[in-house]
Write a protein that binds this ligand. Structure first.
Ligand code: ZN
Length: 497
């Protein structure tokens, strides 16, 4: 082997790594490349057979030392906290101030007894304002907009100003209510990559620590805000997830390249609309027309169709009123269907029994030595059928156990905000695919040009908004595997160009 060096010399093995597992891995790797490691102060040479025990021992000792050091540091920080000092974390609404006498430390730098958190009056005002506005029913987005409009500085001077995660974090941070819990998280390190991450600790490990002097938000206001979080947050309604076979999606559908990739269809042949030209951001056209099996050769500009579909959906259909109506309809339909559910469930149950009996027959047939390809296929079909019926039964059961209630306007408002953010973010393409059924594009009828003209053209887009997608419940709970339309869906059509 061509080696640039044959040995690695270290002062002692802890220089290689203090983590035993990582050290052993490194030694094995070096061994594979035929490079020996010589640890001078430990007197260890990995080439030497007799060093094996020494290496293991050193590794263990080094790791224990590291654990001990970690505990000491953590204990030191804990002590600082319990004495009312800050451990150096920065929290919006507060600043850290030195306290006690300044003394030179061992390295000659001056050091005070510790740092303490104090309320930063200007920032505390902003915190209070955010809490008040949110408890009054203002949306997170409105709060952000006014903060940014007034150019209120953020703690870290974020270049884009306030955003929803900073504001949400402030609205959930119990420090503002005087609760400065210590040991809520701990850092763990991946031994091989050195990557660190912070994970939450179990509740019993928390050290609660009340600091009335650091309270910015009164108890009533804090409770009101936390209640609103529950009112608008999370899933609506909470329903049991029906588990079952997931529908297989095409690659374009699962990993869309553009906002509407794989979502538009030709009205003439039901074929997919695909990007047919890359000019000026690209043009979509019927895939079958390209192959010559569909007459619809018209195209539509990608940027135009993306922009008009999104803006029409947002402005005309995804409004609190429209969705409120839709959910009301769903509620009514669910209530009226409730009486038929037990019968449906009985039907499905007997279907399941029937499928299982047929499956057993097939298996008996095979056991009797009559295996054939068609029997194997039949078994596969029956197994799939059983799985589907099981999902349907679960769905019916969950519909029977809890009746759907339309969400409140406040909830819808908040949900819409999150949706609008999603539609502007990197996952917009997936968000829109969850939200609407495939978009059928029909050439505008009043056109003078025929279908054979491949010039850009305006279309009527037809689709259905799956309002239930906004409920965070599993789609299978609401729809069969055929993605049937349910009450509350909003059929829409509008022109795009
Ligand atoms: Zn076509």
């Amino acid at each position: 082997m061509n080696k640039e060096f044959g040995a690695l010399i270290v002062d002692d093995l802890s220089r290689l790594s203090r983590n035993n597992y990582q050290m052993m891995t490194l030694i094995n790797k070096f061994n594979f490349y035929q490079i020996k490691i010589i640890s001078v102060s430990d007197g260890i040479n990995t080439d030497d057979e007799n060093s094996k025990l020494g290496i293991q021992l050193r590794g263990l000792v080094n790791e224990l030392f590291l654990d001990d050091l970690r505990k000491k540091t953590s204990r030191g920080l804990e002590g600082q906290k319990l004495r009312g000092f800050s451990a150096g974390e920065r929290v919006y609404g507060y600043y850290s101030a030195p306290i006690g006498e300044l003394n030179p430390n061992k390295r000659g730098r001056t050091k005070c007894d510790g740092m303490v958190h104090k309320i930063n009056a200007a920032e505390a005002e902003i915190v209070k304002r955010i809490y008040l506005e949110f408890s009054d029913g203002k949306s997170i987005n409105k709060i952000i907009n006014s903060l940014n409009m007034e150019k209120v500085p953020t703690r870290h001077m974020l270049p884009d100003g306030w955003n929803s995660s900073t504001v949400s974090r402030i609205l959930k941070n119990e420090k503002y209510a005087g609760v400065w819990n210590w040991r809520k998280t701990k850092n763990v390190k991946d031994a091989m990559t050195g990557k660190c991450k912070s994970i939450p600790r179990a509740k019993h490990e928390h050290i609660p620590f009340l600091r009335e002097d650091l309270r910015i938000v009164g108890k009533t206001l804090w409770d009101k805000v936390q209640k609103r979080w529950i009112d608008i947050g999370g899933t609506w309604p909470i329903r049991k997830r029906a588990t079952g076979a997931l529908q297989q999606r095409s690659y374009v559908y699962a990993y869309p390249k553009h906002l509407l990739s794989g979502l538009m269809k030709c009205v003439v042949c039901s074929g997919a609309f695909i990007l047919t030209s890359g000019k000026g951001g690209g043009y979509y056209g019927c895939q079958n027309a390209r192959r010559g099996t569909c007459q619809n050769r018209r195209m539509i500009k990608r940027l135009g169709v993306e922009q008009s579909i999104i803006s029409r959906l947002k402005e005309d259909f995804l409004t609190v009123d429209r969705l409120g109506e839709a959910f009301k309809k769903l509620e009514e339909s669910e209530a009226s269907q409730a009486v038929t559910l037990p019968t449906l469930l009985k039907d499905k149950d007997s279907k399941l029994v029937e499928f299982r009996r047929m499956l057993e027959n097939c298996l008996d047939f095979i056991k009797a030595g009559n295996a054939s390809k068609s029997v194997a296929e039949e078994i596969k079909k029956l197994e799939r059928g059983i799985e589907e019926v099981q999902v349907e039964i679960e769905t019916l059961k969950s519909r029977m156990s809890s009746q759907f209630k339309a969400p409140t306007r406040d909830w819808i408002k908040n949900r819409l905000e999150r949706l609008n953010q999603a539609l502007e973010g990197p996952n917009a393409a997936l968000a829109i695919k969850e939200l609407v059924t495939p978009i059928i594009l029909k050439p505008r009828s009043n056109s003078k040009q025929g279908l054979g003209n491949n010039k850009p053209h305006s279309y009527v887009a037809r689709t259905t908004i799956r309002t239930t997608a906004l409920l965070n419940a599993d789609r299978a709970v609401w729809r069969g595997k055929n993605d049937d339309r349910v009450a509350g869906d909003i059929p829409v059509s509008f022109s795009v160009s």
